[in-house]
Ligand binder design. Sequence first.
Ligand code: AMP
Length: 558
Amino acid sequence: MFSTMQDVPLTVARILAHGSTVHGRATVTTWDGTGPVTRTYAELGARAAQLAYALRDELGVTPEHVVGTLMWNNADHMEAYLAVPAMGSVLHTLNLRLAPAQLAYIVNHAADHAIIVNGSVLPLLAGVLPQLAPTLKHIVVSGPGDLSLLAGFAGTVHEYEQLIAGRPTEYPWEEEIDERRPAMICYTSGTTGDPKGVVYSHRSIYLHCLQVNSAATFALTPQDTALPVVPMFHVGAWGIPHAAFMSGANLLMPDRFLQPQPLATMIDLVKPTVSGAVPTIWNGLLDELDHPTARETPYDTSSLRMVVIGGSACPPALMRGFEERHGIRLVHAWGMTETSPLGTFALPPAGLSADEEWAYRVTQGVFPASVEARLTGPGGERMPHDGVSAGELEVRGPWIAGAYYGGAGQDPERPEDKFSEDGWLRTGDVGTITPDGFLTLTDRAKDVIKSGGEWISSVELENHLMAHQEVLEAAVVAVPDEKWGERPLAAVVLRPGATVDLPGLRAFLAGRVASWQLPERWSLVAAVPKTSVGKFDKKVIRAEYAAGLLDVTVLGKE
Ligand code: AMP
Protein backbone atom coordinates (compact mmCIF):
# COMPACT_ATOMS: atom_id res chain seq x y z
CA MET A 1 0.00 0.00 0.00
CA PHE A 2 1.19 3.49 -0.81
CA SER A 3 0.73 6.10 1.86
CA THR A 4 -0.67 9.16 0.20
CA MET A 5 -1.95 12.51 1.34
CA GLN A 6 -3.55 13.60 4.58
CA ASP A 7 -7.30 13.22 4.69
CA VAL A 8 -8.36 16.61 5.99
CA PRO A 9 -12.09 17.44 6.01
CA LEU A 10 -13.16 20.19 3.61
CA THR A 11 -15.61 22.22 5.66
CA VAL A 12 -17.39 25.57 5.90
CA ALA A 13 -15.70 25.88 9.33
CA ARG A 14 -12.36 25.98 7.52
CA ILE A 15 -13.63 28.70 5.19
CA LEU A 16 -14.84 30.69 8.20
CA ALA A 17 -11.63 30.28 10.19
CA HIS A 18 -9.51 31.24 7.19
CA GLY A 19 -11.58 34.18 5.93
CA SER A 20 -12.02 35.84 9.32
CA THR A 21 -8.28 35.79 10.09
CA VAL A 22 -6.17 35.78 6.92
CA HIS A 23 -8.71 37.99 5.13
CA GLY A 24 -9.84 39.81 8.28
CA ARG A 25 -9.46 43.20 6.57
CA ALA A 26 -11.75 42.33 3.67
CA THR A 27 -15.24 43.77 3.98
CA VAL A 28 -18.87 42.97 3.43
CA THR A 29 -20.83 46.08 2.54
CA THR A 30 -24.62 46.04 2.75
CA TRP A 31 -26.63 48.62 0.83
CA ASP A 32 -29.24 50.07 3.20
CA GLY A 33 -31.24 51.95 0.59
CA THR A 34 -29.29 55.17 0.77
CA GLY A 35 -25.69 54.13 1.26
CA PRO A 36 -23.22 51.42 2.22
CA VAL A 37 -22.81 49.90 5.71
CA THR A 38 -19.57 47.99 6.11
CA ARG A 39 -18.31 45.17 8.35
CA THR A 40 -14.87 43.53 8.12
CA TYR A 41 -14.49 39.79 7.73
CA ALA A 42 -12.82 39.81 11.18
CA GLU A 43 -15.96 41.42 12.64
CA LEU A 44 -18.13 39.02 10.69
CA GLY A 45 -16.18 36.07 12.12
CA ALA A 46 -16.56 37.41 15.66
CA ARG A 47 -20.29 37.99 15.20
CA ALA A 48 -20.68 34.53 13.61
CA ALA A 49 -19.13 33.11 16.81
CA GLN A 50 -21.61 35.09 18.91
CA LEU A 51 -24.46 33.86 16.75
CA ALA A 52 -23.29 30.25 17.14
CA TYR A 53 -23.19 30.61 20.94
CA ALA A 54 -26.64 32.16 20.92
CA LEU A 55 -28.08 29.42 18.72
CA ARG A 56 -26.48 26.67 20.79
CA ASP A 57 -26.97 28.02 24.32
CA GLU A 58 -30.16 30.04 24.01
CA LEU A 59 -32.08 28.31 21.22
CA GLY A 60 -30.80 24.79 21.89
CA VAL A 61 -29.58 24.27 18.31
CA THR A 62 -27.64 21.01 17.91
CA PRO A 63 -25.95 19.44 14.87
CA GLU A 64 -29.22 17.61 14.20
CA HIS A 65 -31.13 20.84 13.77
CA VAL A 66 -32.01 22.87 10.71
CA VAL A 67 -31.94 26.66 10.97
CA GLY A 68 -33.86 28.57 8.31
CA THR A 69 -33.10 32.03 6.96
CA LEU A 70 -35.76 34.21 5.36
CA MET A 71 -33.47 37.04 4.37
CA TRP A 72 -32.18 39.24 1.60
CA ASN A 73 -28.48 39.47 0.71
CA ASN A 74 -26.90 41.25 3.66
CA ALA A 75 -24.19 40.95 6.33
CA ASP A 76 -26.44 39.27 8.93
CA HIS A 77 -27.39 36.63 6.37
CA MET A 78 -23.68 36.11 5.71
CA GLU A 79 -23.13 35.47 9.44
CA ALA A 80 -25.77 32.74 9.36
CA TYR A 81 -24.21 31.35 6.16
CA LEU A 82 -20.96 30.84 8.04
CA ALA A 83 -22.02 30.14 11.62
CA VAL A 84 -24.79 27.59 11.12
CA PRO A 85 -22.85 25.08 8.97
CA ALA A 86 -19.58 25.75 10.84
CA MET A 87 -21.18 24.81 14.17
CA GLY A 88 -22.25 21.55 12.54
CA SER A 89 -25.93 22.37 11.97
CA VAL A 90 -27.79 22.76 8.69
CA LEU A 91 -28.70 26.10 7.11
CA HIS A 92 -31.96 26.20 5.18
CA THR A 93 -32.23 29.21 2.89
CA LEU A 94 -35.94 29.98 2.48
CA ASN A 95 -37.03 31.49 -0.82
CA LEU A 96 -39.05 34.56 0.07
CA ARG A 97 -40.65 34.65 -3.37
CA LEU A 98 -42.46 31.33 -2.92
CA ALA A 99 -46.23 31.30 -2.64
CA PRO A 100 -47.23 31.10 1.07
CA ALA A 101 -48.34 27.46 0.82
CA GLN A 102 -44.99 26.43 -0.66
CA LEU A 103 -43.06 28.46 1.91
CA ALA A 104 -44.93 26.71 4.72
CA TYR A 105 -44.36 23.39 3.00
CA ILE A 106 -40.58 23.76 2.87
CA VAL A 107 -40.28 25.05 6.46
CA ASN A 108 -42.25 22.04 7.67
CA HIS A 109 -40.61 19.55 5.33
CA ALA A 110 -37.10 20.49 6.45
CA ALA A 111 -38.37 20.68 10.06
CA ASP A 112 -36.75 24.07 10.69
CA HIS A 113 -36.07 24.49 14.43
CA ALA A 114 -35.50 28.25 14.14
CA ILE A 115 -35.85 30.89 11.45
CA ILE A 116 -33.76 34.03 11.20
CA VAL A 117 -35.83 36.61 9.34
CA ASN A 118 -35.18 40.15 8.15
CA GLY A 119 -37.56 42.62 9.76
CA SER A 120 -38.60 43.77 6.29
CA VAL A 121 -39.88 40.26 5.50
CA LEU A 122 -41.90 39.78 8.71
CA PRO A 123 -45.31 40.28 7.04
CA LEU A 124 -44.58 37.32 4.77
CA LEU A 125 -43.59 35.07 7.68
CA ALA A 126 -46.49 36.26 9.80
CA GLY A 127 -48.87 35.31 6.99
CA VAL A 128 -47.78 31.67 7.01
CA LEU A 129 -47.45 31.20 10.79
CA PRO A 130 -50.78 29.36 11.13
CA GLN A 131 -49.54 26.77 8.61
CA LEU A 132 -46.20 26.10 10.34
CA ALA A 133 -45.61 22.90 12.28
CA PRO A 134 -44.71 23.02 15.99
CA THR A 135 -41.18 21.88 15.09
CA LEU A 136 -40.48 25.60 14.64
CA LYS A 137 -39.54 26.82 18.12
CA HIS A 138 -37.76 30.15 17.56
CA ILE A 139 -37.88 33.20 15.32
CA VAL A 140 -34.93 35.60 15.32
CA VAL A 141 -35.61 39.01 13.79
CA SER A 142 -32.70 40.84 12.15
CA GLY A 143 -33.06 44.57 11.57
CA PRO A 144 -36.09 46.79 12.17
CA GLY A 145 -39.52 45.22 11.84
CA ASP A 146 -42.94 45.09 13.43
CA LEU A 147 -42.59 42.34 16.05
CA SER A 148 -46.28 42.54 16.91
CA LEU A 149 -46.91 40.67 13.65
CA LEU A 150 -45.55 37.57 15.40
CA ALA A 151 -48.01 37.79 18.30
CA GLY A 152 -49.67 34.53 17.28
CA PHE A 153 -46.41 32.53 17.33
CA ALA A 154 -46.38 29.85 20.03
CA GLY A 155 -42.55 29.71 20.21
CA THR A 156 -40.05 32.36 21.26
CA VAL A 157 -39.24 35.54 19.36
CA HIS A 158 -35.72 37.03 19.64
CA GLU A 159 -34.13 40.20 18.37
CA TYR A 160 -30.86 39.43 16.52
CA GLU A 161 -28.60 42.09 18.02
CA GLN A 162 -29.86 41.51 21.56
CA LEU A 163 -29.49 37.77 21.11
CA ILE A 164 -25.83 37.86 20.11
CA ALA A 165 -24.72 40.84 22.26
CA GLY A 166 -22.11 40.17 24.92
CA ARG A 167 -21.36 36.61 23.89
CA PRO A 168 -17.77 35.37 23.34
CA THR A 169 -16.30 36.22 19.93
CA GLU A 170 -14.33 33.01 19.44
CA TYR A 171 -16.05 29.68 18.93
CA PRO A 172 -14.49 26.22 18.80
CA TRP A 173 -15.62 25.74 15.18
CA GLU A 174 -16.10 22.12 14.30
CA GLU A 175 -13.18 21.81 11.92
CA GLU A 176 -13.25 18.05 12.38
CA ILE A 177 -16.82 17.83 11.09
CA ASP A 178 -17.32 14.96 8.65
CA GLU A 179 -17.07 16.71 5.29
CA ARG A 180 -19.94 14.63 3.93
CA ARG A 181 -22.37 15.91 6.52
CA PRO A 182 -25.16 18.24 5.35
CA ALA A 183 -24.32 21.95 5.56
CA MET A 184 -27.09 23.69 3.62
CA ILE A 185 -30.47 22.90 2.13
CA CYS A 186 -32.08 24.78 -0.72
CA TYR A 187 -35.44 23.76 -2.17
CA THR A 188 -36.06 23.96 -5.88
CA SER A 189 -39.49 24.51 -7.28
CA GLY A 190 -38.13 24.02 -10.77
CA THR A 191 -39.71 20.61 -10.99
CA THR A 192 -43.32 19.64 -11.06
CA GLY A 193 -45.07 18.82 -7.81
CA ASP A 194 -43.89 19.91 -4.38
CA PRO A 195 -40.55 21.73 -4.02
CA LYS A 196 -37.60 19.34 -3.65
CA GLY A 197 -34.81 19.81 -1.12
CA VAL A 198 -31.24 19.77 -2.42
CA VAL A 199 -28.75 19.18 0.38
CA TYR A 200 -25.22 20.54 -0.03
CA SER A 201 -22.47 18.90 2.02
CA HIS A 202 -19.46 20.68 3.50
CA ARG A 203 -17.31 18.97 0.92
CA SER A 204 -19.51 19.97 -2.01
CA ILE A 205 -19.58 23.61 -0.87
CA TYR A 206 -15.81 23.68 -0.38
CA LEU A 207 -14.99 22.12 -3.74
CA HIS A 208 -17.55 24.32 -5.47
CA CYS A 209 -15.91 27.38 -3.85
CA LEU A 210 -12.56 26.37 -5.33
CA GLN A 211 -14.25 26.23 -8.73
CA VAL A 212 -15.94 29.64 -8.24
CA ASN A 213 -12.54 31.06 -7.33
CA SER A 214 -10.73 29.42 -10.24
CA ALA A 215 -9.59 31.27 -13.33
CA ALA A 216 -12.04 29.14 -15.33
CA THR A 217 -14.91 31.05 -13.73
CA PHE A 218 -15.12 34.11 -11.41
CA ALA A 219 -11.40 34.07 -10.42
CA LEU A 220 -12.08 35.95 -7.16
CA THR A 221 -9.04 37.51 -5.43
CA PRO A 222 -8.57 40.02 -2.58
CA GLN A 223 -8.51 42.75 -5.28
CA ASP A 224 -12.14 42.00 -6.12
CA THR A 225 -15.45 43.19 -4.77
CA ALA A 226 -18.17 40.73 -5.67
CA LEU A 227 -21.80 41.85 -5.95
CA PRO A 228 -24.11 38.83 -5.73
CA VAL A 229 -27.43 40.15 -7.01
CA VAL A 230 -28.62 36.56 -7.30
CA PRO A 231 -30.37 36.00 -3.96
CA MET A 232 -28.69 34.11 -1.15
CA PHE A 233 -31.90 32.03 -0.97
CA HIS A 234 -31.29 30.80 -4.52
CA VAL A 235 -28.51 28.17 -4.73
CA GLY A 236 -26.33 29.90 -2.16
CA ALA A 237 -26.12 33.01 -4.38
CA TRP A 238 -24.20 30.79 -6.83
CA GLY A 239 -21.56 30.10 -4.15
CA ILE A 240 -20.27 33.68 -4.37
CA PRO A 241 -20.53 34.55 -0.62
CA HIS A 242 -18.64 31.49 0.61
CA ALA A 243 -16.13 31.72 -2.24
CA ALA A 244 -15.45 35.40 -1.50
CA PHE A 245 -14.88 34.62 2.17
CA MET A 246 -12.44 31.91 1.14
CA SER A 247 -10.48 34.06 -1.31
CA GLY A 248 -10.62 37.39 0.53
CA ALA A 249 -12.68 39.15 -2.15
CA ASN A 250 -14.87 41.88 -0.65
CA LEU A 251 -18.64 41.54 -0.86
CA LEU A 252 -21.25 44.12 -1.79
CA MET A 253 -24.69 42.98 -0.69
CA PRO A 254 -27.73 44.69 -2.26
CA ASP A 255 -30.22 43.66 0.49
CA ARG A 256 -33.71 44.18 -0.97
CA PHE A 257 -32.66 46.96 -3.35
CA LEU A 258 -32.63 44.93 -6.54
CA GLN A 259 -34.30 47.50 -8.78
CA PRO A 260 -32.25 48.96 -11.65
CA GLN A 261 -31.75 52.41 -10.14
CA PRO A 262 -30.37 51.40 -6.72
CA LEU A 263 -28.26 48.70 -8.39
CA ALA A 264 -26.72 51.21 -10.79
CA THR A 265 -26.15 53.63 -7.90
CA MET A 266 -24.39 51.08 -5.70
CA ILE A 267 -22.21 49.97 -8.62
CA ASP A 268 -21.31 53.60 -9.30
CA LEU A 269 -20.45 54.28 -5.64
CA VAL A 270 -19.03 51.04 -4.21
CA LYS A 271 -17.29 49.88 -7.41
CA PRO A 272 -17.75 46.10 -7.51
CA THR A 273 -15.51 44.21 -9.95
CA VAL A 274 -17.65 41.09 -10.42
CA SER A 275 -21.37 40.40 -10.28
CA GLY A 276 -23.92 37.72 -11.04
CA ALA A 277 -27.68 37.63 -11.68
CA VAL A 278 -30.45 36.38 -13.95
CA PRO A 279 -31.11 38.05 -17.33
CA THR A 280 -34.17 39.98 -16.10
CA ILE A 281 -32.00 41.92 -13.64
CA TRP A 282 -29.38 42.75 -16.27
CA ASN A 283 -32.07 43.73 -18.75
CA GLY A 284 -33.40 46.30 -16.30
CA LEU A 285 -29.92 47.53 -15.43
CA LEU A 286 -29.00 47.99 -19.10
CA ASP A 287 -32.05 50.18 -19.56
CA GLU A 288 -31.08 52.27 -16.52
CA LEU A 289 -27.50 52.64 -17.76
CA ASP A 290 -28.78 53.65 -21.20
CA HIS A 291 -31.31 56.15 -19.78
CA PRO A 292 -30.55 57.07 -16.14
CA THR A 293 -33.84 57.94 -14.41
CA ALA A 294 -32.74 60.56 -11.90
CA ARG A 295 -29.35 61.94 -12.92
CA GLU A 296 -27.75 63.90 -15.70
CA THR A 297 -24.39 62.13 -15.84
CA PRO A 298 -23.81 58.51 -16.87
CA TYR A 299 -23.16 55.96 -14.13
CA ASP A 300 -19.54 54.91 -13.64
CA THR A 301 -19.52 51.14 -14.17
CA SER A 302 -15.85 50.91 -15.17
CA SER A 303 -14.98 48.86 -12.05
CA LEU A 304 -16.87 45.81 -13.39
CA ARG A 305 -14.50 43.34 -15.02
CA MET A 306 -17.02 40.52 -15.36
CA VAL A 307 -20.77 40.19 -15.04
CA VAL A 308 -22.09 36.64 -14.99
CA ILE A 309 -25.53 35.94 -16.39
CA GLY A 310 -27.37 32.66 -15.94
CA GLY A 311 -30.44 31.01 -14.54
CA SER A 312 -32.16 31.53 -17.90
CA ALA A 313 -30.84 31.83 -21.44
CA CYS A 314 -28.97 35.06 -22.10
CA PRO A 315 -30.28 36.98 -25.12
CA PRO A 316 -27.21 37.76 -27.29
CA ALA A 317 -28.47 41.34 -27.81
CA LEU A 318 -28.24 41.95 -24.07
CA MET A 319 -24.65 40.76 -24.01
CA ARG A 320 -23.74 42.97 -26.95
CA GLY A 321 -25.62 45.97 -25.51
CA PHE A 322 -23.60 45.88 -22.28
CA GLU A 323 -20.34 45.38 -24.09
CA GLU A 324 -20.77 47.82 -26.95
CA ARG A 325 -22.50 50.67 -25.10
CA HIS A 326 -20.94 50.34 -21.63
CA GLY A 327 -17.76 48.28 -22.00
CA ILE A 328 -19.13 45.65 -19.58
CA ARG A 329 -18.33 42.03 -20.30
CA LEU A 330 -21.20 39.60 -19.71
CA VAL A 331 -20.34 35.93 -19.33
CA HIS A 332 -23.03 33.32 -19.84
CA ALA A 333 -23.28 30.40 -17.41
CA TRP A 334 -25.66 27.50 -16.85
CA GLY A 335 -26.55 25.72 -13.64
CA MET A 336 -29.31 24.46 -11.38
CA THR A 337 -30.12 24.29 -7.69
CA GLU A 338 -29.17 20.62 -8.03
CA THR A 339 -25.72 21.54 -9.41
CA SER A 340 -24.68 24.01 -6.64
CA PRO A 341 -25.03 25.68 -9.33
CA LEU A 342 -21.81 25.87 -11.34
CA GLY A 343 -22.37 23.70 -14.38
CA THR A 344 -21.03 25.54 -17.39
CA PHE A 345 -19.24 28.86 -17.90
CA ALA A 346 -18.86 30.39 -21.35
CA LEU A 347 -15.27 31.58 -21.51
CA PRO A 348 -14.09 31.05 -25.11
CA PRO A 349 -10.86 29.24 -25.93
CA ALA A 350 -7.77 31.32 -26.79
CA GLY A 351 -6.66 32.41 -30.26
CA LEU A 352 -10.03 33.18 -31.84
CA SER A 353 -11.24 36.10 -33.92
CA ALA A 354 -13.86 38.40 -32.36
CA ASP A 355 -16.66 36.72 -34.34
CA GLU A 356 -15.51 33.25 -33.37
CA GLU A 357 -15.39 34.34 -29.74
CA TRP A 358 -19.00 35.55 -29.89
CA ALA A 359 -20.09 32.19 -31.24
CA TYR A 360 -18.70 30.57 -28.08
CA ARG A 361 -19.91 33.25 -25.70
CA VAL A 362 -23.59 32.92 -26.58
CA THR A 363 -23.54 29.20 -25.79
CA GLN A 364 -24.28 28.09 -22.23
CA GLY A 365 -20.55 27.34 -21.89
CA VAL A 366 -18.10 24.60 -21.13
CA PHE A 367 -18.14 22.12 -18.23
CA PRO A 368 -15.25 22.18 -15.74
CA ALA A 369 -13.25 18.97 -15.23
CA SER A 370 -15.26 18.13 -12.12
CA VAL A 371 -18.60 18.08 -13.94
CA GLU A 372 -19.09 15.33 -16.49
CA ALA A 373 -21.88 15.67 -19.03
CA ARG A 374 -23.71 13.33 -21.39
CA LEU A 375 -26.72 13.61 -23.66
CA THR A 376 -29.51 11.05 -23.71
CA GLY A 377 -31.79 10.60 -26.70
CA PRO A 378 -35.54 9.95 -26.53
CA GLY A 379 -35.01 6.18 -26.48
CA GLY A 380 -32.35 6.31 -23.74
CA GLU A 381 -29.45 6.15 -26.22
CA ARG A 382 -26.23 8.20 -25.78
CA MET A 383 -26.06 11.07 -28.27
CA PRO A 384 -22.69 12.12 -29.70
CA HIS A 385 -21.06 15.39 -28.65
CA ASP A 386 -20.96 16.68 -32.21
CA GLY A 387 -22.60 20.06 -31.70
CA VAL A 388 -25.64 18.90 -33.69
CA SER A 389 -27.27 15.89 -32.02
CA ALA A 390 -29.63 16.99 -29.26
CA GLY A 391 -30.49 15.04 -26.14
CA GLU A 392 -31.45 15.51 -22.51
CA LEU A 393 -28.46 16.76 -20.55
CA GLU A 394 -27.30 14.54 -17.69
CA VAL A 395 -24.47 15.53 -15.34
CA ARG A 396 -22.46 14.13 -12.46
CA GLY A 397 -19.78 15.45 -10.20
CA PRO A 398 -18.82 16.19 -6.58
CA TRP A 399 -21.19 19.17 -6.29
CA ILE A 400 -24.11 17.62 -8.18
CA ALA A 401 -27.06 16.33 -6.11
CA GLY A 402 -27.29 12.55 -5.84
CA ALA A 403 -30.82 12.54 -4.39
CA TYR A 404 -33.44 14.89 -3.00
CA TYR A 405 -34.00 15.38 0.72
CA GLY A 406 -36.68 13.01 1.92
CA GLY A 407 -37.39 15.04 5.05
CA ALA A 408 -38.74 14.14 8.43
CA GLY A 409 -40.40 10.77 8.56
CA GLN A 410 -39.61 9.85 4.97
CA ASP A 411 -36.94 7.74 3.38
CA PRO A 412 -34.17 10.22 2.59
CA GLU A 413 -32.74 7.93 -0.08
CA ARG A 414 -36.01 7.61 -1.98
CA PRO A 415 -34.99 7.52 -5.60
CA GLU A 416 -36.62 9.94 -8.02
CA ASP A 417 -36.70 9.78 -11.75
CA LYS A 418 -34.45 12.85 -11.77
CA PHE A 419 -31.59 10.47 -11.04
CA SER A 420 -30.52 7.78 -13.47
CA GLU A 421 -29.85 4.28 -12.25
CA ASP A 422 -26.12 4.78 -12.74
CA GLY A 423 -26.12 7.92 -10.62
CA TRP A 424 -26.39 10.83 -13.07
CA LEU A 425 -28.68 13.82 -12.59
CA ARG A 426 -31.27 14.19 -15.34
CA THR A 427 -31.45 17.95 -15.77
CA GLY A 428 -34.61 18.20 -17.85
CA ASP A 429 -32.70 20.55 -20.17
CA VAL A 430 -32.28 19.54 -23.79
CA GLY A 431 -29.35 20.61 -25.94
CA THR A 432 -26.21 19.84 -27.87
CA ILE A 433 -22.55 19.62 -26.85
CA THR A 434 -19.66 20.37 -29.22
CA PRO A 435 -16.59 18.09 -29.42
CA ASP A 436 -14.72 20.73 -27.36
CA GLY A 437 -17.38 20.55 -24.65
CA PHE A 438 -19.58 23.64 -25.16
CA LEU A 439 -23.23 23.23 -24.27
CA THR A 440 -26.07 24.88 -26.19
CA LEU A 441 -29.56 24.44 -24.75
CA THR A 442 -32.26 24.13 -27.34
CA ASP A 443 -35.32 23.04 -25.40
CA ARG A 444 -36.42 21.67 -22.13
CA ALA A 445 -38.07 18.46 -21.16
CA LYS A 446 -39.62 19.79 -17.98
CA ASP A 447 -42.93 21.52 -17.62
CA VAL A 448 -41.96 24.76 -15.96
CA ILE A 449 -41.70 28.39 -16.93
CA LYS A 450 -38.88 30.60 -15.72
CA SER A 451 -40.05 34.16 -15.30
CA GLY A 452 -37.57 36.70 -13.95
CA GLY A 453 -35.54 33.91 -12.37
CA GLU A 454 -38.52 32.37 -10.57
CA TRP A 455 -40.40 29.25 -11.55
CA ILE A 456 -44.02 29.05 -12.57
CA SER A 457 -45.42 25.55 -12.77
CA SER A 458 -47.29 25.07 -16.02
CA VAL A 459 -48.91 21.98 -14.56
CA GLU A 460 -50.30 23.95 -11.64
CA LEU A 461 -51.82 26.57 -13.93
CA GLU A 462 -53.25 23.84 -16.16
CA ASN A 463 -54.76 22.02 -13.21
CA HIS A 464 -56.48 25.15 -11.99
CA LEU A 465 -57.77 26.00 -15.46
CA MET A 466 -59.02 22.50 -16.11
CA ALA A 467 -60.87 22.64 -12.80
CA HIS A 468 -63.14 25.23 -14.41
CA GLN A 469 -66.37 23.53 -15.39
CA GLU A 470 -66.42 25.00 -18.88
CA VAL A 471 -62.82 24.15 -19.75
CA LEU A 472 -62.19 20.91 -21.59
CA GLU A 473 -58.42 21.13 -21.86
CA ALA A 474 -55.77 23.69 -21.06
CA ALA A 475 -52.06 23.64 -21.82
CA VAL A 476 -49.68 26.25 -20.49
CA VAL A 477 -46.30 26.77 -22.16
CA ALA A 478 -43.34 29.07 -21.73
CA VAL A 479 -42.97 31.73 -24.41
CA PRO A 480 -40.07 34.17 -24.72
CA ASP A 481 -40.59 37.56 -23.11
CA GLU A 482 -38.25 40.50 -23.45
CA LYS A 483 -38.50 41.61 -19.85
CA TRP A 484 -39.00 38.40 -17.90
CA GLY A 485 -37.14 35.89 -20.09
CA GLU A 486 -40.23 33.69 -20.25
CA ARG A 487 -43.89 34.11 -19.47
CA PRO A 488 -46.76 31.59 -19.49
CA LEU A 489 -49.11 31.32 -22.46
CA ALA A 490 -52.39 29.49 -21.87
CA ALA A 491 -53.95 27.55 -24.76
CA VAL A 492 -57.50 26.62 -23.77
CA VAL A 493 -60.13 24.34 -25.26
CA LEU A 494 -63.66 25.24 -24.09
CA ARG A 495 -66.49 22.75 -23.75
CA PRO A 496 -69.23 23.00 -26.37
CA GLY A 497 -71.75 25.66 -25.37
CA ALA A 498 -69.39 27.27 -22.84
CA THR A 499 -70.20 30.86 -21.95
CA VAL A 500 -66.99 31.88 -20.15
CA ASP A 501 -64.61 34.15 -22.03
CA LEU A 502 -60.85 34.64 -21.65
CA PRO A 503 -61.07 37.56 -19.18
CA GLY A 504 -63.42 35.38 -17.14
CA LEU A 505 -60.86 32.55 -17.12
CA ARG A 506 -58.11 34.91 -16.08
CA ALA A 507 -60.24 36.19 -13.21
CA PHE A 508 -60.95 32.57 -12.22
CA LEU A 509 -57.20 31.88 -12.09
CA ALA A 510 -56.46 35.14 -10.25
CA GLY A 511 -57.97 33.84 -7.04
CA ARG A 512 -55.91 30.68 -7.17
CA VAL A 513 -52.28 31.59 -7.98
CA ALA A 514 -49.91 34.44 -7.12
CA SER A 515 -50.64 37.47 -9.31
CA TRP A 516 -47.18 37.45 -10.94
CA GLN A 517 -47.89 33.93 -12.18
CA LEU A 518 -51.03 34.92 -14.12
CA PRO A 519 -50.60 34.48 -17.88
CA GLU A 520 -50.96 37.58 -20.04
CA ARG A 521 -51.16 35.64 -23.30
CA TRP A 522 -54.22 33.51 -23.98
CA SER A 523 -55.39 31.52 -26.96
CA LEU A 524 -58.62 29.65 -27.57
CA VAL A 525 -57.79 26.51 -29.58
CA ALA A 526 -59.87 23.68 -31.02
CA ALA A 527 -57.62 20.99 -29.50
CA VAL A 528 -54.34 20.75 -27.63
CA PRO A 529 -51.73 18.96 -29.79
CA LYS A 530 -50.70 15.59 -28.32
CA THR A 531 -47.60 13.37 -28.47
CA SER A 532 -47.67 9.71 -29.43
CA VAL A 533 -48.35 8.77 -25.82
CA GLY A 534 -51.16 11.27 -25.54
CA LYS A 535 -49.29 13.93 -23.54
CA PHE A 536 -49.71 17.58 -24.38
CA ASP A 537 -47.14 18.29 -27.06
CA LYS A 538 -45.87 21.58 -25.77
CA LYS A 539 -43.12 21.77 -28.36
CA VAL A 540 -45.81 22.07 -31.03
CA ILE A 541 -47.66 24.83 -29.15
CA ARG A 542 -44.42 26.76 -28.67
CA ALA A 543 -43.56 26.36 -32.35
CA GLU A 544 -47.05 27.49 -33.42
CA TYR A 545 -46.75 30.54 -31.20
CA ALA A 546 -43.28 31.34 -32.58
CA ALA A 547 -44.59 31.04 -36.14
CA GLY A 548 -47.48 33.40 -35.36
CA LEU A 549 -50.05 30.66 -36.01
CA LEU A 550 -51.86 31.07 -32.69
CA ASP A 551 -54.60 33.63 -32.27
CA VAL A 552 -53.36 35.27 -29.06
CA THR A 553 -55.30 37.68 -26.84
CA VAL A 554 -53.25 39.75 -24.39
CA LEU A 555 -54.91 40.35 -21.02
CA GLY A 556 -53.36 42.37 -18.19
CA LYS A 557 -50.06 44.10 -18.76
CA GLU A 558 -47.30 42.26 -20.61
P1 AMP B 1 -32.84 26.65 -10.75
O1 AMP B 1 -32.72 25.32 -10.11
O2 AMP B 1 -34.01 27.44 -10.29
O3 AMP B 1 -31.56 27.41 -10.64
O4 AMP B 1 -33.11 26.43 -12.31
C1 AMP B 1 -32.27 25.66 -13.12
C2 AMP B 1 -32.77 25.68 -14.53
O5 AMP B 1 -32.72 27.01 -15.07
C3 AMP B 1 -31.97 24.87 -15.51
O6 AMP B 1 -32.28 23.49 -15.44
C4 AMP B 1 -32.38 25.50 -16.83
O7 AMP B 1 -33.65 25.04 -17.27
C5 AMP B 1 -32.49 26.96 -16.47
N1 AMP B 1 -31.22 27.66 -16.77
C6 AMP B 1 -30.22 27.95 -15.92
N2 AMP B 1 -29.22 28.59 -16.55
C7 AMP B 1 -29.58 28.69 -17.86
C8 AMP B 1 -28.96 29.23 -19.03
N3 AMP B 1 -27.78 29.83 -18.98
N4 AMP B 1 -29.64 29.10 -20.19
C9 AMP B 1 -30.86 28.52 -20.25
N5 AMP B 1 -31.48 27.99 -19.18
C10 AMP B 1 -30.87 28.08 -17.99
